[in-house]
Write a protein that binds this ligand. Sequence first.
Ligand SMILES: O=C(CO)[C@H](O)[C@H](O)COP(=O)(O)O
Length: 209
Amino acid sequence: MKLQLAIDELTVEEALTALETLAPYVDIVEVGTPLLIDAGRDAIRQIHKKFPDLKILCDAKIMDAGAYEARLAYEAGAEYVTVLGVTDDLTIKECVNEARKYGKKVMVDMICIPDLAARVPVIEALGVDVIAVHTGVDQQARGRTPLDDLIEIQKHVKSCEVAVAGGINSKTVGQYIARQPDILIVGGGIFKAKNPMEEAGKIRTLMRD
Ligand SMILES: O=C(CO)[C@H](O)[C@H](O)COP(=O)(O)O
C-alpha cells in the first residue's frame, strides 16, 4: 500500500519546506488542484527538482483535451495525472495513450459518479492505471466519507490499482487500511494536524501493522 500526500492549500514554498520533513513518510506527492491553480506546473517542476526520488501526481482533474493536458503534466515531471471518470471515454483514452507514450500513469477520479458498478468496467477497459474513489471537501463538510464507495468499487475493479481519498486522518485510516487499497490519499488529515510529521508517522505505522 502506498501513501499519497495531497498538497492542496499550501504555496509552493510552503510545500517545499513541508516536504523536507514529510517526504520520508510518503510514496507519492500530489500537487493538488488548488496548488496547481495557484502555482501552475512550476509546482511540479520545483518539487521534482528538489525531491527527484518522489513520484508526483498532478491532480489536474482533466475533463477535456486529454492528450494535451496529460502531456503538460508529464513533461513537467509528473508520474501520474488525474482525469475525471465522469468525462467522456475518448478523453480518458487520450490520457492513457499519452501516458503510454511517456511511460507514465493515469489515475481516474470517480468523484460524483452515481453508479460505480456500471462505470468501473468501462473505465478499466480503457487501460487506466488507477481508479480512485474520492469524497470531495464540500461533501466531507456534510459528513460523507469515501468508505462505502471504496467497498463498492472493490467489488468491481478487476486489475487496476484502487485509491481512496476524502478526509482520511490517523483516527479513521484504520478502516481504510483494513480494505487494503493500493493507494491511500491523505491531505488535510496531515496538514491540518497540530504536528503534521507526527500524523504522517502515525499513518505510516498503521499501514505497516
Ligand atoms: O483531491 C483533492 C481535493 O480536490 C484532495 O487532494 C483529496 O481529497 C485529498 O485531500 P483530503 O485528505 O484533505 O480530503
